[in-house]
Design a protein around this ligand. Sequence first.
Ligand SMILES: Cc1cc2nc3c(=O)[nH]c(=O)nc-3n(C[C@H](O)[C@H](O)[C@H](O)COP(=O)(O)OP(=O)(O)OC[C@H]3O[C@@H](n4cnc5c(N)ncnc54)[C@H](O)[C@@H]3O)c2cc1C
Length: 221
Amino acid sequence: MTYKITINSVEPVTHNVRRFRLEKPEGFHFEPGQATDVAIDKDGWRENKHPFTFTSLNDWSELEFTTKIYPERNGVTDQLGKLQPGDHLLIEEPWGTIQYKGAGTFIAGGAGVTPFIAILRQLEKDGTLEGNTLLFSNRTEDDIILKNEFELMGGLRTIHTLTDEDKPGYEHGRIDRAMIEKHVRDFSQHFYVCGPDAMVDDIKAILADLGAKTESVVFEA
Ligand SMILES: Cc1cc2nc3c(=O)[nH]c(=O)nc-3n(C[C@H](O)[C@H](O)[C@H](O)COP(=O)(O)OP(=O)(O)OC[C@H]3O[C@@H](n4cnc5c(N)ncnc54)[C@H](O)[C@@H]3O)c2cc1C
């Protein structure tokens, strides 16, 4: 089923990430970590569906997407970046990406953190965040999505690494085997990985070699 929903608000999260709050259809339900296919309700764009993850929780009165805008690609996110409150999106039924299976380490690259936003928000709300770690890679400090929110989440251990900046308080460089071994002791815990193609492949291979099982989603970004 396709739902036509109204954009209620658009706010910046970082210099190139926007938060869209939207009307929630009556009875619409999704699991934290699930995504849906989204199209813009404008001529020429209705058939151009792209996956985006719900970053709101089920008991919110609105839906939320947290979306990285790539203006240079002249694609769907460039168009999304031009939308205003009152414009409409078309969304489909939710479908699964990453499902929380128990305490573990969430490894994200850039906008790949989006499936983890709803999962971590839900765990915080339920008071069951203790024992989880977020290992989050970004190019620069300014690129980090929801840095303050993650750091304030009670029970969540947060480690940031920056690939293009070397700053106090941050790891420097990509998430590689040495960085994983530095921050992870127990490889029997759950691992959840989401980011660009090559990053997910590399990290899954490292984790498999270390004896871990991984849930992953590839964001072709
Ligand atoms: C399950 C799932 C959930 C997702 N959830 C989110 C989310 O919550 N938030 C979020 O921000 N993103 C999310 N994504 C990623 C998101 O779907 C893509 O970033 C988005 O569809 C890309 O749209 P675009 O406007 O950049 O380019 P498109 O409309 O895909 O392409 C426009 C043009 O750019 C070209 N292009 C495409 N990729 C590249 C590239 N890497 N480099 C150069 N040119 C390129 C294309 O060939 C095309 O000509 C998710 C992806 C998946 C698979």
